[in-house]
Design a protein around this ligand. Sequence first.
Ligand code: NAD
Length: 497
Amino acid sequence: MREIGHFIGGKLVPGSSGRSGNVHNPATGEVSAKVALASAAEVHKAVQVAAEAFPGWAATPPLLRARILFKFKALIEAHHDELGKIITSEHGKIFEDAKGSVTRGLEVVEFACGIPHLLRGDFTENVGRGIDSWSVRQPLGVCAGITPFNFPAMVPMWMFPMAIACGNTFILKPSEKDPSTSMRLAELAREAGLPDGVLNVVNGDKEAVDAILNDPTIQAVSFVGSTAVGEYIYRTGCASGKRVQALCGAKNHMIVMPDADLDMAADALMGAAYGSAGERCMAVSVAVTVGKAGDALMKKLEPKVRALKVGPGLDPESEMGPLVTREHYEKVRGYVDLGVKEGAKLVVDGRDLKLQGYEKGYFLGGCLFDEVKPSMRIYKEEIFGPVLSVVRANDFDSALQLVNDHEYGNGAAIFTRDGDAARAFAQGVKAGMVGVNVPIPVPMAFHSFGGWKRSLFGDRNAYGTEAVGFYTKLKTTTARWPTGIRAGAEFVMPTMR
Ligand code: NAD
């Protein structure tokens, strides 16, 4: 059995806590590896290693840090297929989608390569007579990232490339469900020339997370995962004086107006609801149809959901792979049972899907509910599976109200040909990422990613210039070089005269 330990100080090290977890291949249900679950002592040791690496790395000119990131970028490109296969074998998503997620992470590395420009300071000559002032951004120290199972390459790459580009050292605690991608990324970063101890991967579960939150050396924590865990991490981390950004759960709505191109909207919903088996924080899980769009869209959607090709992620014919674990499969299936009990109309039932040769895999077919009501739990809660709920609304205003009343506010989209409705939507919607005829509006690396309401705790988004702000602190120096003038002690606020 393959054993996955940790990556600390530039080396693979075995776990020493005596605790481990199983990593599965979701397509077959087989255990593919054992992953070490770190004790608090192992986490603190890794933090010490990262703290020792910090002064040297912080003093490395940003241009030299960028050159290592350029090499890292080239290595990710050279290993693109390999990384995609690792993701598919532990997460289950289809290979091309896995590779796409690597590319979206790679784009953050490309952005981080511009760090010399991003860290350029501000200088003002003559803030007073003969006095100059300048502001610089300096790294924080040791930062940590805690990441979810659904994007094992992309989400870690939202964090560590920006953190280390800014001069910090980093502890990454990936999801224990699919840890191998992070381990490989750390090896590639080392091959690119990253000094030992700058990027460390510590595998583990709640015990490792709590150790990160309690470690006084760690200055900042980036979290991506579910809302319950994210809120706990935000409160605990902030209470111990750390900077925390916690990007959390979602229930993304897509409004379909009667004037929309309904073929385009139906195709968009297929990809957005069922891509990656709905295990995306930007998946569309609710379609709000306005007026006569409802019946017409359902007619187009139903046969498409029935025709969805579900299969192992490495089969090029598959459009959707399995769910990540048996427990997650049971949870999602339980929500479908619940929706039926709550009185929603299950138009397509994916629960009986059986795949020959993959009977032990965690495959659930696409599920489509119509007539879902806002009072139902299947509407209120995040399901995180291939389940799309259709809610009918009479007009644009009540559709927008639905989106705005929901506790989550990650992404939201509208499909329409009416510029007026699109503008009113973009301006009035309470969500952090908005799509107009774009179902999954994930911002590019040179913008930044983050939701509103209970989809994000903290005040900084991930990546982009937001990340430069999060992973650095500002220092402003005011200086003069007096030439023989002695004014004596001054007891009033200095002002310009
Ligand atoms: P999760 O919250 O279960 O786990 C995330 C991380 O927290 C993992 O590293 C895990 O080991 C750790 N963790 C789990 N339980 C913990 C606990 N009780 N105490 C401390 N740490 C704990 O999330 P997941 O199931 O891996 O990922 C799916 C969730 O992530 C969904 O809710 C999804 O919406 C969300 N997500 C959000 C974004 C975003 O940007 N907003 C992006 C991707 C995923």
